[in-house]
Design a binder for this molecule. Structure first.
Ligand SMILES: [Zn+2]
Ligand SMILES: [Zn+2]
Length: 175
């Protein structure tokens, strides 16, 4: 297989039963056939020098602006997503075969971000709170405001309404 970024020939290795293609002596990128690279993405996980110290050809330059194609699938351009909410590392993934491409140094960078999966998730939760927290609060206030209005209207009408329609009297009904 050929490296999708610099066209060098991949070196195929198997680490812990996982098939990995390394652009050794080329651009230093790594191709994982599946999302199994997550077995190597935390600092306590053994990835070996094979993955963390890939010899590269310093004259090979990869333009990160150019989207690359999946080395396994025909005519599929890899999608680029941030690996975590830190938004420091963008990884390339194939929507067709679920392979993952990491540019040189990205695995090392990813491994430094979080000590564990729990830490990565906690950071994501905190970031989502920051992004959507105020919006959720606003919606809650809006809902309470509507509820208050509904109560007022119902109070005004309570002499003509059957008691069923008073707020709080339904099992999860209109108010
Ligand atoms: Zn390469
Ligand atoms: Zn693919």
């Amino acid at each position: 297989m050929e490296c999708p970024a610099c066209k060098s020939t991949f070196a195929h290795v198997e680490i812990d039963g996982i098939q990995v293609d390394i652009c050794k002596g080329g651009c230093g990128g790594i191709w994982f056939d599946t999302f199994e690279f997550r077995k190597f993405d935390e600092p306590h996980e053994e990835a070996g020098t094979e993955l963390l110290n890939i010899p590269v050809d310093p004259t090979v330059k990869v333009d990160r602006e150019v989207r690359i194609n999946c080395p396994k699938c025909d005519n599929i351009t890899l999608m680029r997503n941030f690996f975590s909410v830190k938004k420091e590392v963008e990884i390339d993934t194939c929507a067709n075969c679920a392979g993952v491409w990491l540019d040189m140094g990205e695995l090392n960078h990813i491994r430094k971000q979080y000590a564990s999966e729990e830490e990565r998730k906690a950071d994501a939760a905190a970031a989502f709170d920051e992004m959507f927290g105020p919006e959720l609060e606003r919606l809650k206030l809006e809902r309470e405001h509507k509820l208050e209005n509904a109560r007022r209207i119902a109070n005004m009408l309570k002499f003509i309404c059957p008691s069923y329609y008073l707020p709080g009297n339904q099992d999860g009904g209109a108010f």
